[in-house]
Design a protein around this ligand. Structure first.
Ligand SMILES: [Zn+2]
Length: 294
């Protein structure tokens, strides 16, 4: 196993080789090293990062913000298997507040409204399902859901909770009515390739929901105050792709998808909050429903 870095040859979104540097800090830098040491509780061998810089660039062509270099394949495996605190990650889900479940319920409610089928006839893929809590919620609403996840530990946990997990998407063609990918695409080395692969699994009438951290203020914040550890959308090592709504929609376009606005869901109860949410969801946020139709 060789833990190291991998240079991205071009913009992961549009393949342009022209970019401008928004931030460049050696991993040895005291402030960055201390953050990594504390965040991963000493599990990251800092000497293996020492030769590289944490570098965030913006594509000169499509404005996509991304980290370059990124960890190589072996190091990525180490990161997600051993450097991240998996117990803490599970505990966060196990002790989540009711707000998270209300959010899941709203998402499942939306998908049930936009797909005009009986719940058991709706085939759903939870892509990068993590510990399986969203899948479980979708199951509770009667949906026919399967999960996909690289981490063996998470797969085992999800299976114990009764979630069906598949391990090969390459054999699945035109199968799913809905694909859900929450907080996945910011981590991927080849986001366009993955989006295209998901499209292969989607029925022609299906929908894909992508949710990623919101990077709309990142370039401005880096210019004004430099890197700070609260810039979650460019979290060192992990959030290697930083999307705005515009670049997220561009990601969909690269796979032949267009953004889709689910029907309005306003009610008199909490009308003002509902209007604000609808406006944000349609024009500003980095969570988007995609379909192949207009
Ligand atoms: Zn680009």
């Amino acid at each position: 196993m060789s833990v190291g870095f991998h240079q991205r040859d071009c913009c992961p979104l549009c393949e342009s080789t022209s970019n401008r540097i928004l931030c460049e800090i050696p991993y040895q830098d005291q402030r960055l090293a201390t953050f990594i040491e504390q965040f991963y509780q000493g599990r990251v061998p800092l000497e293996q990062l020492a030769s590289a810089n944490y570098r965030v660039v913006a594509c000169a062509n499509c404005e996509f913000i991304y980290q370059d270099p990124v960890l190589n394949e072996d190091a990525m495996q180490e990161l997600y298997r051993n450097w991240i605190d998996n117990q803490l990650s599970l505990q966060k889900k196990q002790t989540a507040k009711s707000k998270l479940y209300r959010q899941y319920t709203a998402q499942v409610g939306t998908l049930s409204r936009i797909i005009d089928k009986r719940p058991d006839q709706i085939r759903v893929l939870d892509f990068g399902m993590g510990w399986g809590y969203w899948s479980r919620m979708a199951q509770a609403h009667g949906l026919n859901v399967v999960g996909y996840e690289l981490s063996a530990q998470r797969v085992e946990h999800a299976r114990k909770m009764g979630v069906t997990v598949i391990d090969d998407l390459a054999v699945v063609v035109d199968d799913f009515d809905f694909i859900y990918a929450n907080q996945v695409f910011e981590h991927l080395s080849n986001p366009v390739q993955t989006m295209q692969a998901l499209c292969q699994c989607l029925k022609p009438t299906g929908f894909i929901y992508i949710r990623v951290p919101d990077g709309r203020d990142v370039a401005r914040d880096l210019a004004q105050r430099g890197w700070t550890q609260d810039l979650d959308a460019i979290h060192p090592l992990e959030h290697i792709n930083c999307f705005t709504r515009k670049t997220l929609i561009e990601l969909g376009a690269r796979a032949g998808l267009k953004p889709f606005s689910p029907p309005l869901r306003l009610s008199w109860d909490g009308l003002w909050g509902g209007i604000r949410r609808e406006i944000a969801d349609r024009w500003f946020t980095t969570h988007v429903f995609f379909s192949r139709q207009e």
